[in-house]
Design a protein around this ligand. Structure first.
Ligand SMILES: NC(=O)c1ccc[n+]([C@@H]2O[C@H](COP(=O)([O-])OP(=O)(O)OC[C@H]3O[C@@H](n4cnc5c(N)ncnc54)[C@H](O)[C@@H]3O)[C@@H](O)[C@H]2O)c1
Length: 309
């Protein structure tokens, strides 16, 4: 592409995005407001690239790292960029402030995607210069292992910007999903929220332990979900496809839905009970080790999927 990729906010997600773009051959410039994050950035990303190399997910970590340049000011990252990925803190005011700072610095045609996990872009880009070139490009962490990206336009995002963001994400190896109009939580976190809601309720009502609820997903539903979604799953689970499935099991799901009519916050007591079970299974000081285990499992899965047609 003409121009580099700008990364604004270089924490967990900004670092992951820099790998996505540099791995695809793009030149990447990175800015973070915190000097310590800037100073440590290349070492952190270098370690992640070495891990990817150990699973044959990248060929040349040093060449990828060489395409990433850390800059000391926002302007150096935005000027000359064809696309900017914003990944600052998940607070509407912080996102509005940085969007207002980025807008006037944009080159002609440059687009800005926000990593926000669920705040509609219209809540923080309304007053930005060039606001028709802002939208949400929401990744899953880490984006270099989990390819889905939710592309969510605001009411004032130009169609050209949407198409360009979809094309860019595809060209760097991500799998974009178009969310046609804004909705809190977008698609991914609404689906996750629906599952979590039922998990908390079933636990609270004493139907199963947290471990057994987790197992139902990790050695049950989740095995299919790594290569097909809920609609394709039910399409294949009745001889005549989705319509047949709906006829057979629609009434069951309707009845389940009717039994959940009173949304409530997760209570402190309930959180405490789940936490007690989780901490007995995994003490707090082992969380980091387990996260590393999860990332290695994800790498092995990504390597497996890369070999499938
Ligand atoms: N962590 C996840 O699993 C995940 C997944 C998807 C999306 N997101 C979203 O990505 C965004 C970043 O999350 P994260 O987990 O990387 O957080 P993080 O705290 O690791 O990183 C945020 C970074 O933004 C920097 N920052 C804050 N204000 C800034 C400014 N004005 N200019 C430049 N840098 C600034 C901070 O110094 C920090 O390094 C959030 O919107 C979050 O909701 C997170």
């Amino acid at each position: 592409m003409a121009g580099h990729i700008g990364i604004v906010g270089a924490g967990l997600v900004g670092g992951g995005w820099s790998i996505v773009f540099a791995r695809a051959g793009e030149q990447v410039r990175v800015y973070d407001a915190a000097p310590t994050i800037r100073d440590e950035f290349k070492a952190v990303v270098g370690r992640q690239l070495d891990d990817l190399k150990s699973y044959d997910l990248v060929d040349d970590p040093a060449a990828i790292l060489a395409r990433i340049q850390v800059c000391g000011c926002l302007e150096d990252v935005i000027k000359g960029a064809c696309f900017v990925q914003e990944s600052v803190l998940e607070q509407t005011e912080v996102k509005a402030e940085i969007s207002n700072a980025i807008g006037p610095l944009l080159d002609d045609g440059a687009i800005v995607g926000s990593s926000t996990s669920g705040i509609p872009g219209s809540a923080f880009t309304e007053h930005a210069a060039n606001r028709e070139r802002f939208l949400v490009t929401h990744p899953v962490n880490p984006p270099y292992l989990v390819p889905v990206v939710e592309v969510v336009p605001t009411p004032w995002t130009a169609q050209d910007s949407v198409h360009a963001a979809l094309a860019l994400m595809t060209s760097v190896g991500q799998s974009p999903v178009l969310v046609r109009r804004e909705v809190e939580g977008f698609i991914l976190n609404r689906l996750q929220g629906a599952l979590l809601r039922e998990a908390w309720d079933l636990f609270e009502e004493g139907y199963a332990s947290a471990e057994d609820i987790d197992k139902t997903v990790s050695v049950g539903l989740g095995l299919r979900w790594s290569f097909m979604g809920p609609f394709e799953t039910i399409d294949l689970n009745a001889p005549g496809g989705v319509a047949d499935y709906a006829e057979r099991l629609g009434p069951l799901y309707h009845s389940i839905q009717k039994s959940r009519t009173d949304p409530k916050p997760w209570s402190a007591g309930l959180i405490g009970d789940v936490d007690k079970e989780r901490r007995a299974a995994l003490p707090t000081d082992k969380l980091a080790e387990r996260r590393n285990w999860r990332d290695r499992r994800l790498m092995a899965l990504a390597a497996h999927k890369a070999k499938q047609s």
